[in-house]
Structure formats: C-alpha cells, structure tokens
Design a binder for this molecule. Structure first.
Ligand SMILES: NC(=O)c1ccc[n+]([C@@H]2O[C@H](COP(=O)([O-])OP(=O)(O)OC[C@H]3O[C@@H](n4cnc5c(N)ncnc54)[C@H](OP(=O)(O)O)[C@@H]3O)[C@@H](O)[C@H]2O)c1
Length: 292
C-alpha cells in the first residue's frame, strides 16, 4: 500500500451495539488506546453517553443511530464511514438479544427478530467489512457469542442456537484469515450484569441465578486483550470456562433436560399450547404420572 493510499482513510474501531452493556464497555477499552471509535445502536441517549465515555477515556467518538434490522444497515454504516474518511479496522458485533420461554409460546416475530439481529445482521456486518481488513492486512472482528453457544438450551432455544451459529461462524473465519494479519475472535461470556438479563427474562431463571455474574468492564477487558493477542475464542472468567467445558463434555441426553429444567419457571405457559401454566398442566404431578 502506498503512502498516498494510506492517507485517505483513518482506522476506526466500529462497535455495533454500543449504547450500553458489553459493547459500550469494549468501546471504552479501545478508547484508552487512543482509538477512533464509531458507536452504533438505536438509542440516541445511549450513544451520547457512550461517546462521552470514549472521549473521557482518551479516544475520538463518532455516533450513528442505526437499526440493524434494516436490510441496508451495513451499506448505511459503510456510507457513514466513507463520509467521515474512516475505514472499519476493527468490527465489534455486540448487538443481540435473548428471550426466555418455550418456543411454542413466545411470539414468532420476536423469535425471528433474534435470527435477524443475532445471526443475519452480525453475518452481514462481518461479510461486509472483513474483505477490506484482509486487503489491508490488519484489524479484525470481535463477535459476541455466549457460553449458550456450547449446548442446546430448552426454554431459550433460539437464543442458544443463534449463539452456536456465532461461535461456529467466527471460529471458521478465524481459521480462514489467520495468515492474513487479520483476527476473528468469538467471545463467549457467561452471565454479565447488563440490561440483557432483565430484558430477556433469563435473569429470573434458576440457571442464571446459580451462575456468578461478571461485570461488563471485566468482560470487555478480557475480550479486547484476547482479540489483540489473536485468540480464536475467549471465555472470560473461571466459572464460564468451567461451564463451557462441562457443556462440551456432557452428552446431550444429560445436559439438555437439565438446562431445560433450570431455565423453566413454574409460571411459564405450558408448551403443549393449553394456555395454562406449566405446573397446572403437563408439569403437574398427576399428569406426569399419566393420570390426566
Ligand atoms: N449480558 C449477558 O449476560 C450476556 C452473556 C453472554 C453473551 N451476551 C451477548 O453479548 C452481547 C451484548 O449483550 P449486552 O449484555 O451488552 O446486552 P444489552 O445491554 O441489552 O445491549 C445490547 C446492545 O445491542 C443494541 N441493539 C439491540 N437491538 C438493536 C438493533 N435492532 N439495532 C441496533 N442496535 C441494537 C442495543 O442498543 P439500542 O437498544 O440502543 O439499539 C445495545 O447497545 C449480545 O450479543 C448478547 O447476546 C450477553
């Protein structure tokens, strides 16, 4: 690359899902290295607060309010970068949501929204910006997976499946580009104290009450450090590593029913479609004994 070519773009860390939670914390960590950070999410207030964090930490902040569910989201982000003389040097895909409950009782549109955001939008962003990184021979992609990506998860079926996709896709890409100077890293945290737990309903399930919760700052530090050292997979914290190991080692016949039980609440609607709470329907003792 000539000096002339080098001067026409400025490298930026683009954080998608930056208005709160883990994305906002990663933006702060990158800013401490003096990075130019492009913050992307929908909430203007959240973006303004994240931009303030970035400036305080020593970085330069740009904000873009964008709904990733829009089909032209990656093009609009590209246009924004071009208009500001920036190139996506590092892409952090942190936007995502989860929903707890049996798949037969959750609204279909909300479940498909998870496919659109956790899978389609992350894939679109990655495929859009990765070739430029490879051409420049630097930078990379940091994708937020989860320890949920190590096993099927009844009562959060679609969320777990979406995170399995993120892990598989990211690890494969890591291998494809590893000799080009570009890194693709999947981060797989356990429960993190963010709004995600409340919004998804996961925080009220026994599984998430048992597991220790990490701070988003801790997860961000570990994620950034792992990415910078070229890691394929980062599982922050001892408890998450243990869960990921156990989930990978246990046979499905053991782990899947166990996770299903730990993620079910007695007030959940019964998956049989009766409209009654599970404990008064298929989960009642009589029904389990085959009386009803
Ligand atoms: N928290 C946990 O326990 C945990 C554990 C493992 C993995 N993760 C994963 O880590 C990632 C970040 O989670 P978090 O805990 O930081 O969640 P969070 O606090 O709920 O933040 C989610 C971010 O995604 C953005 N977002 C959501 N929908 C969007 C849309 N349609 N368009 C643009 N931006 C959108 C939100 O911004 P706006 O609402 O302003 O758009 C927000 O900035 C997710 O992929 C999650 O699955 C979380």
């Amino acid at each position: 690359m000539t000096d002339e070519q080098r001067e026409i773009w400025r490298p930026a860390v683009v954080v998608v899902g930056a208005s709160r939670g883990i994305g906002r914390a990663i933006a702060k960590v990158a800013a401490r290295e003096g990075a130019t950070v492009v913050l992307v999410a929908r909430s203007l207030d959240g973006l303004a607060a994240a931009a303030n964090d970035v400036k305080t930490a020593g970085g330069q902040a740009f904000t873009l309010s964008l709904d990733l569910l829009a089909s032209d989201a990656s093009t609009r982000l590209q246009d924004f970068l071009t208009a500001n003389g920036l190139a996506c040097d590092v892409l952090v895909n942190s936007a995502g949501y989860g929903l707890r409950g049996p798949a037969t009782t959750l609204p279909i549109a909300d479940q498909l929204g998870m496919v659109d955001l956790n899978i389609r939008a992350l894939t679109d962003m990655t495929l859009h910006f990765l070739p430029g990184m490879v051409a420049r021979g630097r930078g990379g992609v940091l994708n937020l997976g989860s320890i949920a990506g190590f096993t099927p998860g009844p009562n959060m079926a679609l969320y777990y499946a979406s995170k399995a996709f993120v892990r598989s896709f990211s690890e494969a890409l890591h291998q494809e580009v590893r000799s080009t100077g570009v890194t693709v890293t999947c981060v797989a945290p356990g429960p993190v104290s963010t709004e995600f737990l409340e919004r998804s309903g996961a925080g009220r399930a026994a599984l998430f009450k048992i597991l220790p919760k990490l701070s988003s700052d801790y997860v961000a530090e570990r994620s950034w450090r792992g990415f910078k050292s070229g890691r394929r997979l980062v599982v922050p914290g001892f408890s998450a590593k243990l869960v990921a190991f156990v989930a990978s080692a246990l046979p499905s016949a053991v782990k899947v029913p166990l996770i299903g039980r730990l993620q079910r609440r007695s007030r959940d609607l019964c998956p049989c479609g009766s409209g009654k709470p599970f404990k008064e329907c298929c989960g009642s003792r009589q029904t389990r004994r085959g009386v009803a």
